[in-house]
Write a protein that binds this ligand. Sequence first.
Ligand SMILES: [Zn+2]
Length: 114
Amino acid sequence: MDNGEMKQKLLQLREQLQSTAATRDGSAQVVELDQSKVGRLSRMDALQAQEMAKASVARSQRALIQIRAALERIENNEFGICQHCDQAIAPLRLQVDPTVLLCINCASAEEDKS
Ligand SMILES: [Zn+2]
């Protein structure tokens, strides 16, 4: 997969995220509007659902930031280079997640630390 294809994949991912994030924003609002009409228990359910919706919107936003960064790296010809050791990241790893910043060695070293 070359950088052009990777860029297409990232743009596709971004579109998917943007459409689902918009849907979730919508459902979070609906819950808010219904709060006065529902009982106490279901209100708690509704609040919980709203928190979950908010959390997934936050997740989508983080992913969107990562995608934007990956697109910038393609533009700067830095894409696929480990930010830690400057070695090429395995193409298979990039296919699974084009937004990864570290090669497998550095990524597992990071995991060991945390
Ligand atoms: Zn590395």
